[in-house]
Design a protein around this ligand. Sequence first.
Ligand SMILES: Cc1cc2nc3c(=O)[nH]c(=O)nc-3n(C[C@H](O)[C@H](O)[C@H](O)COP(=O)(O)OP(=O)(O)OC[C@H]3O[C@@H](n4cnc5c(N)ncnc54)[C@H](O)[C@@H]3O)c2cc1C
Ligand SMILES: NC(=O)c1ccc[n+]([C@@H]2O[C@H](COP(=O)([O-])OP(=O)(O)OC[C@H]3O[C@@H](n4cnc5c(N)ncnc54)[C@H](O)[C@@H]3O)[C@@H](O)[C@H]2O)c1
Length: 450
Amino acid sequence: MTAEDVDVVVIGLGPGGESLATQLGKAGLSVVGIDARLVGGECPYYACIPTKMMIRAADALAEARRANQLAGSVQIQPDWAPVAARVRDDATANWNDQAAVDRLEAAGVRFVRGYGKITGTDEVTVGDLVFRTRKGIVLNPGTDPAVPPIDGLADTPLWTNREAVPATAVPKSLIVLGGGPVGCEFAQVFARFGADVTVLQSPDRLLPNDEPESSELLRQIFEREGIKVVTGARATKVDHDGAFHVTAGGETYTADQLLVATGRTRDLAALGVKAVGIPDDGRFIQVDDRMRAADKVWAIGDIAGTGAFTHMSMYHADIAVADILGKDGPRAQYHAVPHATFTDPEVASVGLTQAEAEQQGINVRTALTRLPDSSRGFIHKLGNDGLIKLIEDADRGFLVGASAVGPGAGEIIGALVVAVHAKVPTATLKGMILAYPTFHRAIGAALAEL
Ligand SMILES: Cc1cc2nc3c(=O)[nH]c(=O)nc-3n(C[C@H](O)[C@H](O)[C@H](O)COP(=O)(O)OP(=O)(O)OC[C@H]3O[C@@H](n4cnc5c(N)ncnc54)[C@H](O)[C@@H]3O)c2cc1C
Ligand SMILES: NC(=O)c1ccc[n+]([C@@H]2O[C@H](COP(=O)([O-])OP(=O)(O)OC[C@H]3O[C@@H](n4cnc5c(N)ncnc54)[C@H](O)[C@@H]3O)[C@@H](O)[C@H]2O)c1
């Protein structure tokens, strides 16, 4: 096979890879973008966008139910059909990426659908095509759902996010294995559409990467909504006889459907990373602050292990683009990475948790205020659950982390991202004027406790 010479090959076109390839193509480089599945990756077709459409619908139902106590009498007949149609038609164009391929090609990128592999220094093979790169290779392979090696689980008709997103009907009953962001978001959606949902989570709380107070509040709300939450429950056995029977923590739970949401994985050996000196036995690819993983190799997105979020993939892309184009762009820094889990209430955070700050030896001072105690919480009444927690470095006098749980917490956290990112002195934050009566005004109440 004769190799073709190009400037850059991008293996995997998740949100970051797509953006990077587009930027480099527009900058005049000869770029080949390779994806085995759909251009844009998990986020537009099986993750962020369709799941947030499902959540929008589930939240509309919850809000309509609240109207019964706030605004009269409302009759609700949940129907999954409009949700499934919106996911199929609006979010994913029936899982067709032609529009994304067209956009990429309009930017001058050559798109190849197939599984790309590094087959030598500066060399990538996809099917019977071989490319030799002048400037380098960018890896944006993202992750596949991880299905744990539980006795009896393989070969059952389980769901991961890739089957739950295209679902055309709501199961009567659902076991959700894993209480991280994926498990929690889906659990509440399907419960609000009438499924009898049980979450089995092996750690002792939901969303273990968030503050314990956030986890505890979400658990209370899930239980209030009729979702069964079993923590400390590591699944060890699955039987399927039409229904799923999952054994965890000595008990057996039965449901019509099982959704596995136990994390993500990527086979680095299949990507051929060893050919450029990158170890292929770990979960992630180590990168420096310019996203360099090896000589003339960059890795961006989930695979970099700095937070599996679309905003991180896009952030990495811009840094790698600047480096590839030889520009003196900003270096990656991770002291103010935000995330939001879009349950109701939303659970958002930025920077360090209290435990992480303490582990780093920071002299931590914390403050916590509850949204129902705020004026806006009092007005809002039903659905006002939430909190704001601040983590201050007391010696240096600025916030190193913060959490917000509540209606619109993913928006509230924006103000705290600015504070943590820019290391704004706590004294300066205390002088802010916050509009009345907003939920974010509770940040002021929390600051007053520091
Ligand atoms: C259910 C769910 C909901 C989520 N919701 C949110 C959210 O609300 N907000 C948020 O910020 N994040 C969310 N995420 C996370 C988000 O989807 C990812 O962080 C995001 O997609 C970025 O991933 P990535 O750029 O690393 O690559 P991915 O999106 O995983 O895409 C990688 C692409 O590479 C391709 N590929 C892999 N290997 C090869 C190869 N060897 N050759 C060719 N192609 C290859 C794959 O086919 C895929 O298209 C969610 C995730 C899930 C599962
Ligand atoms: N809104 C968002 O930003 C959003 C939404 C969804 C997913 N994501 C990202 O996608 C990634 C994947 O999310 P996820 O929730 O699948 O993974 P996760 O790793 O965050 O959570 C999975 C949970 O399942 C538990 N678990 C593992 N094996 C188990 C078993 N056998 N029995 C019971 N519990 C078990 C794990 O301990 C963990 O707490 C995350 O990194 C997250 O950042 C982000």
